[in-house]
Design a protein around this ligand. Structure first.
Ligand SMILES: NC(=O)c1ccc[n+]([C@@H]2O[C@H](COP(=O)([O-])OP(=O)(O)OC[C@H]3O[C@@H](n4cnc5c(N)ncnc54)[C@H](OP(=O)(O)O)[C@@H]3O)[C@@H](O)[C@H]2O)c1
Length: 303
């Protein structure tokens, strides 16, 4: 694959794209680049003020940007369903849904409004339910789902999916990201079987300098995480570079359906987008189908 950059994003004029978690980091850079390429972008976020700030930032660079706010809290299924209802009432197809929002490794276990463990509930179940509800608008279109290098350390603990018995910030984060990768691959299989004609593509940004640490482990204090935050810019790539795999997955013409895109550099930590390595666990079709069924029951989302 030739080095792919922001300049290679095909014109997006006429396209309508939803990006979750577009207030900062990868989601913000993804929304900005898509809007700059002509797409109409719906920034789906839980905090209207922060989304307004993101829109101002994008318009400062691209004054003609076509941006909308969509109220969406992925840690609350009622909010997910209300957002989806608005989109369905509007009725216009969504050319690409970017399931980007995420929270990483809060030191203490927290729960969503529906009683799910916060990371599993926000990163995975919220996006599972959102995609299911938006399905009528996504037929023949693209869905990009953010996984992580952390999926390599992940295991789906079917006996304790909500980490209620044993919570470990990093293991639980890794489970949520493995679940996202399995979801993306299973979505492609389900789409092929039901002829939804969706192109489902997973992406990961390597290691990018965003607010993920500040909003996660560092949010609960401690000198160690303050130091990690301070040092992060020296050993991570920029959020803009971290958005390239998502942008490639969302816009490149020749990206294979059901693939996983990440940075091409050492350890997939930084660099230009390429097809990324998937751990065998994520390719386990039986576990993926099992997770899909459980997620339907947990969220009440029908496909
Ligand atoms: N940065 C990395 O190195 C890295 C590596 C691997 C994977 N990723 C993945 O990349 C994605 C983006 O993360 P980032 O690094 O850009 O982190 P970030 O800067 O912290 O951005 C996270 C985004 O998710 C949103 N969010 C969190 N909880 C939400 C909820 N309940 N409802 C709606 N939105 C919510 C945040 O919104 P608020 O502004 O409202 O908090 C924010 O817009 C995540 O899925 C993450 O797992 C990142």
């Amino acid at each position: 694959m030739q080095a792919w950059t922001m300049r290679d994003i095909p014109p997006q004029t006429g396209k309508r794209i939803v990006v979750t978690g577009a207030t900062s980091g990868i989601g913000y850079e993804t929304a900005k680049a898509l809007a700059g390429s002509g797409a109409e972008v719906i920034l789906a976020g839980r905090n209207e003020e922060k989304v307004d700030g993101a829109m101002r930032g994008i318009r400062a660079r691209y004054p003609e940007a076509r941006l909308h706010f969509g109220k969406l809290d992925l840690a609350d299924l009622a909010s997910v369903y209300a957002f989806a209802r608005q989109m369905l009432d509007d009725g216009r197809p969504i050319d690409c849904l970017v399931n980007n929002a995420g929270v990483m490794a809060p030191l203490r276990r927290q729960e969503t409004a529906d009683g799910f463990e916060l990371q599993f509930g926000t990163n995975y179940l919220g996006h599972f339910a959102l995609t299911a509800k938006l399905l009528p608008l996504l037929r023949g279109k693209r869905v990009v789902s953010l996984a992580s290098l952390a999926h390599r350390r992940g295991r789906i603990d079917f006996d304790d999916l909500q980490a209620a018995r044993r919570y470990s910030p990093w293991r639980t984060y890794a489970q949520s990201k493995l679940a996202m990768l399995m979801f993306a691959l299973e979505l492609q299989r389900q789409s092929d079987a039901a002829d939804w004609q969706i192109q489902s593509i997973a992406a990961h940004p390597g290691w990018a300098n965003t607010d993920l640490i500040a909003n996660g482990p560092a949010s609960q204090g401690g000198a160690l995480w303050a130091a990690v935050r301070w040092l992060a810019p020296f050993f991570t790539q920029s959020a803009e570079a971290g958005a390239l795999p998502s942008l490639y997955a969302a816009t490149a013409a020749n990206v294979p359906a059901g693939s996983y895109i990440g940075p091409s550099g050492f350890g997939e930590m930084q660099g230009h987008p390429k097809v990324a390595r998937i751990m065998r666990r994520a390719l386990d079709e039986q576990s993926s189908a099992q997770l899909w069924e459980i997620s339907k029951t947990l969220t009440g989302a029908a496909w």
